[in-house]
Design a binder for this molecule. Structure first.
Ligand SMILES: *[C@@H]1O[C@H](CO)[C@@H](O)[C@H](O)[C@H]1NC(C)=O
Ligand SMILES: *[C@@H]1O[C@H](CO)[C@@H](O)[C@H](O)[C@H]1NC(C)=O
Ligand SMILES: *[C@@H]1O[C@H](CO)[C@@H](O)[C@H](O)[C@H]1NC(C)=O
Length: 422
């Protein structure tokens, strides 16, 4: 575990971000576990890359089983990678079954589960409009957080300049809330806290159900290695994520409570246009590769955009009360057009479980040869169970350790309540 390199830096200009940065320097505490806490956003605090499973080279890839048909009688659980052409063809076929006029990005309500799985999930993004308005969380306001959680610390990143210079901070919520109107083209703050909601049952309860997320094999994972769910995202105008794919290439969801989010979503298979940084790791309790692009598609001075602008992309704005499903394997960058509060989550289900399992196996966590030969013939959920049952003790141990460390860190920050506003 490595300390975040929050360098002491001289900030020019008078606006409020100075306060954030100075507090960071003198408050003396920042999240050390940024790789874990802010996993998808800033490439910092990464452990030394580990050796990657050599068995995944060219020889294996030629005999990849096709998407959705894992019934081959093989003695090894074969390396797998999403065949996007096949997925696209499957979607084309399914589209004909339903009498809906499909566009680039559809806004759907009363969408049947069947149609969701057939034409969107794992295949194409969709905005669902009739789920989030039923959540208590849809009533969350700045006052609500100020009154109940003002003194608690939250993890955020602050940028003064370009995205690559983002620094990670853990500051009192009230300090952040007082400054949410201060977002400028080159100076903005983005609260991204993966643990704030999961650690507060009251907040968790406010997030209601969503039928499209009910099937979730992550729930089968042992708790110590299960990814945290429901990340709190609250950005000033101009704040943004990096261009990335979520850990384990999971299917991501994002529910906007208030504000407006602008999305760029890139269909799979375009890594070569996005300068993807290889050999990075998430440093999650159950480690996985991290697919990040250094390109900021909202920064016109970023030269990477010359190449990235050749890629196929879907662009749209997401409004309050809408929940977005980002299919597995799609690079995406979110940009808050105005101050925006949102909750992001993830699912592992029938349409992406092989991708997620592959991303886990890639990192040497389990020896493929140790898996029983009949695994391919099992139901998806049973396959996931079997692999979880085969996680080596040391992997579980590491997961437990990472989780414990994070929780300890958070408890310490609560005690350390001194901070200053200049
Ligand atoms: C499938 O695998 C089993 C052993 O797991 C073997 O007995 C059987 O002959 C195989 N069938 C085919 C068609 O390869
Ligand atoms: C996950 O996404 C990355 C980046 O596009 C890709 O290289 C990788 O093959 C994907 N994983 C699977 C199992 O398809
Ligand atoms: C949100 O607040 C309004 C006004 O207090 C209330 O009528 C409504 O039921 C609340 N919504 C939910 C989903 O709890």
């Amino acid at each position: 575990m490595e300390k975040v390199r929050g360098k002491r830096k001289q900030i020019k200009g008078e606006h409020v971000m100075k306060n954030f940065l100075l507090t960071n320097i003198f408050g003396g505490w920042y999240y050390c576990l940024a790789g874990l806490l802010i996993a998808c956003f800033i490439p910092i605090a990464i452990l030394q890359p580990k050796s990657v499973d050599n068995r995944l080279d060219a020889k294996d890839e030629k005999s990849l089983p096709s998407y959705g048909s894992m019934t081959q009688n093989e003695s090894l659980f074969k390396a797998y990678s999403l065949d996007n052409n096949l997925v696209a063809r499957e979607r084309e076929e399914n589209l004909r079954k339903y009498s809906y006029k499909y566009g680039k990005i559809d806004r759907r309500s009363k969408l049947s589960l069947k149609e969701f799985y057939d034409v969107y999930d794992g295949k194409w993004p969709v905005l669902i409009t009739d789920v989030v308005p039923n959540w208590k969380a849809f009533n969350w306001t700045a006052d609500f957080f100020m009154n109940h959680y003002g003194k608690e610390r939250v993890a955020m990143k602050a940028v003064d300049g370009t995205l690559e210079k983002a620094i990670s901070l853990a500051l009192p919520f009230e300090l952040f809330i007082q400054h949410t109107k201060h977002g400028f083209a080159n100076s903005w703050t983005y609260l991204e806290d993966e643990l704030f909601i999961p650690m507060r049952p009251n907040l968790k309860r406010d997030i209601g159900s969503c039928p499209y997320m009910d099937e979730d094999f992550f729930q089968i994972f042992p708790e110590d290695v299960r990814p945290w769910n429901a990340m709190l995202l609250w950005g000033t105008a101009f704040s943004r994520s990096s261009l990335h794919i979520d850990p384990y290439n999971w299917t991501g969801t994002n529910a906007v409570i208030f504000g407006r989010k602008r999305w760029r979503l890139y269909p799979p298979g375009q890594d070569h246009l996005l300068n993807v940084i290889p050999e990075k790791f998430s440093n999650f309790p159950l480690d996985c590769r991290k697919y990040n692009s250094p390109i900021d598609t909202h920064d016109k001075t970023d030269k990477g955009n010359l190449k990235a602008s050749k890629a196929d992309v879907i662009e749209f704005d997401q409004l309050p009360g809408e929940i977005l499903f980002i299919p597995t394997g799609w690079f995406h960058q979110a940009f808050n057009v105005e101050e925006t509060l949102a909750i992001s989550s993830q699912v592992m289900n029938r349409n992406n479980y092989r991708v997620v399992l592959e991303e886990i196996l890639k990192v040497d966590t389990i020896d493929r040869k140790s898996l029983p030969p009949e695994i391919d013939s099992l139901q998806p959920e049973e396959q996931v169970k079997l692999i979880m049952d085969n996680l080596p003790q040391k992997v579980l141990e590491r997961g437990r350790q990472v989780t414990e460390d994070v929780v300890k860190q958070i408890k310490q920050t609560r005690q350390d309540s001194h901070y200053t506003l200049n």
